[in-house]
Ligand binder design. Structure first.
Ligand code: FEO
Length: 170
């Protein structure tokens, strides 16, 4: 059993993870619109990962005997300045998510909620990898000047990466 405050905070996190899924789905759609099918597949993979994150928290709340309260999902942007901008926005978003997980750990520690503290460790570790992966893609896009053959090469690489994880653009 978890406390009311923690349950509320975790419900808000379910909502944030669904927003992340929505945010990346919007980037997938915009990439597809630009003809960047590999980018589209990669963001679709992110969309699925974020949905899994939401469901991981959702299941934990229920396993702990607390109630789910689904909140409205904010509308994400539908256009982005450039392929590079999408990844820069992704990094900024993930950094904000990391910050939020750190705050959730602070709350769990303050309430001496050891189970939630342990549960959150998976996300703290996951965030390190997510930020590193996105930073690497940003560096690659910058190296090729964000356009031309180099950009299509990166598009191809991202498409292959997504396909190894069984996700292809629709
Ligand atoms: Fe759910 Fe990208 O962290």
């Amino acid at each position: 059993m978890i406390g009311k405050n923690i349950a509320e905070e975790l419900n808000k996190q379910v909502n944030r993870e669904f927003y992340s899924a929505y945010f990346y789905l919007s980037m997938s759609a915009y990439s597809d619109f630009l003809g960047l099918k590999g980018f589209a597949s990669w963001f679709l993979m992110k969309n699925q990962e974020e949905t899994q994150h939401a469901m991981r928290v959702y299941k934990y709340i229920l396993d702990q005997g607390a109630q789910i309260a689904l909140l409205p999902i904010k509308q994400p942007p539908s256009t982005f300045d450039s392929p590079l901008a999408m990844f820069e926005e992704t990094l900024a978003h993930e950094q904000a998510v990391t910050q939020r997980f750190n705050e959730l750990v602070d709350i769990a520690m303050a309430e001496k909620d050891h189970a939630t503290h342990i549960f959150l460790q998976w996300f703290i570790t996951e965030q390190i990898e997510e930020e590193a992966t996105v930073s690497e893609i940003i560096n690659k896009i910058k190296l090729v000047g964000g356009k031309g053959d180099g950009l299509f090469m990166i598009d191809n690489q991202l498409g292959q990466l997504a396909s190894t994880q069984s996700v292809a653009a629709v």
